[in-house]
Design a protein around this ligand. Sequence first.
Ligand SMILES: NC(=O)c1ccc[n+]([C@@H]2O[C@H](COP(=O)([O-])OP(=O)(O)OC[C@H]3O[C@@H](n4cnc5c(N)ncnc54)[C@H](OP(=O)(O)O)[C@@H]3O)[C@@H](O)[C@H]2O)c1
Length: 249
Amino acid sequence: MDFRLDGRRALITGSTRGLGLAIARAMAEQGAQVIINSRNADDCQATAEALARQGHAVQALPFDASDGPDREAALAGIRDNIDILVNNAGINHRVPLADFDEGAWRNVLDVNLTAPFLLAQLVAPGMVKRGWGRIINIASIMAQVGRATIPAYVSSKHGLVGLTKTLAIELGPHGVTVNAINPGYFATEFNTPLMADPDFDAMVKAHTPVGRWGDPAELAGAAVFLASEAGSYVNGAALTVDGGMTATL
Ligand SMILES: NC(=O)c1ccc[n+]([C@@H]2O[C@H](COP(=O)([O-])OP(=O)(O)OC[C@H]3O[C@@H](n4cnc5c(N)ncnc54)[C@H](OP(=O)(O)O)[C@@H]3O)[C@@H](O)[C@H]2O)c1
């Protein structure tokens, strides 16, 4: 059973903090060369330097995943040499339907759904040429259920699991697997306002059988598994990592 990632080059979008950083660290610990990304060049550099100080092979690659020219310029020299793509960068917009403007809807869809599609399109040809690749889309339990006031987020994550399935079918014959991970509620900056809300915090703890928010490190094992040889027959799946929340009524 081989969970190592030696010799693999992994691009993890949105990896300066939160779940992306936990995934990047775990993949580096398994021997991968990791590429750290976000929109903030200083954060990318600082994160890459911190991982390099721990002895990991790491590169900083700042770009906005939802900005076509920025994305394509950043990937121009390396797009054919990415073995593992983790589409992790994601945003949310939380307001009642009446106040949800079209620009906000498009922005969430651009980052959470269109960017993963276009990034996969950029790196897949190199994977197909080498006959090996992994694309891992970080969706959400909001790809399985819904919640009021976040229609763009819920729609984008449902769409991301659909994208995962269709790419898995098209790329599987070429040695490239495509899977999603559906995280539940994890303690990251993304959720700071929700964790600070006593009612929401209590709701998460009450509805999660393990009784707490997830630690980002607890998501990383799923990503390493899907990226490794141990996960080679998993394709087109959405792996839920939620402490049991979606198993309950
Ligand atoms: N935390 C949870 O409980 C949870 C649950 C389910 C699903 N998820 C999903 O997991 C993913 C990561 O969530 P998180 O909680 O770790 O979020 P986070 O703490 O807010 O971190 C998001 C990361 O993405 C980067 N980013 C945002 N927009 C970007 C863009 N357009 N291009 C490139 N990088 C961008 C951020 O850096 P900059 O802002 O500096 O660019 C940051 O590095 C998201 O897709 C989210 O939907 C999270």
